[in-house]
Write a protein that binds this ligand. Structure first.
Ligand SMILES: [Zn+2]
Ligand SMILES: [Zn+2]
Length: 175
């Protein structure tokens, strides 16, 4: 998924498969959330928006979004996976890009030279009240957030292919 977590770029169209649309266990808002996730999902079936992102989008509390996500997980429509931040940072540092890149700034994690650095809240995430930040390159920043929390659509391969054909069909006719 392109874009930083603060700046998600959803597709114009979202998808709501019949299994979700007619699911009796889901509220209308939960179905809407599912369809929003499909709009944020890349071709591999993953998206990495935070609860905060959905909360701001629909003007709901983070707790409400978190409950809705849990419901979608419980019913098997999505899976949320998380990786340990320590492991991710170790791997970013192991890239050891020192000596590569152009610019007068240097990424605190991978060491690449760059003209742009992102302030990233670390070690305490912003959502948990952290104020300390470190400066990292945009690549490390997006990879970190991307891997930290993934939402995966639990569609069968056939369903996923149909979903992508639907996207292609819409974009082919629109452009
Ligand atoms: Zn970096
Ligand atoms: Zn960050």
């Amino acid at each position: 998924m392109a874009g930083s977590p603060q700046n998600e770029t959803p597709s114009f169209y979202s998808v709501l498969p019949a299994t979700v649309r007619y699911c009796k266990g889901l509220s209308a808002q939960e179905k809407l959330l599912y369809s929003e996730i499909t709009a944020l999902t890349n071709k591999k079936g993953y998206c990495w928006a935070t609860n905060n992102y959905f909360a701001n989008l629909y003007r709901l509390s983070k707790e409400t979004v978190s409950r809705q996500i849990s419901k979608l997980v419980e019913l098997g429509f999505i899976t949320v996976t998380t990786e340990s931040d320590i492991k991710i940072i170790q791997e970013l540092k192991a890239k050891n890009m020192d000596g590569f890149g152009i610019g007068d700034k240097k990424c605190a994690w991978c060491g690449v030279r760059t003209i742009v650095l992102h302030p990233h809240h670390y070690p305490t995430p912003k959502s948990k009240g952290g104020i300390e930040t470190i400066d990292i390159c945009p690549n490390c920043h997006s990879e970190f957030h991307c891997r930290l929390r993934h939402i995966k659509l639990n569609l069968t391969i056939k369903e996923f292919e149909e979903l992508m054909q639907e996207y292609d069909r819409i974009y082919m006719t629109e452009q």
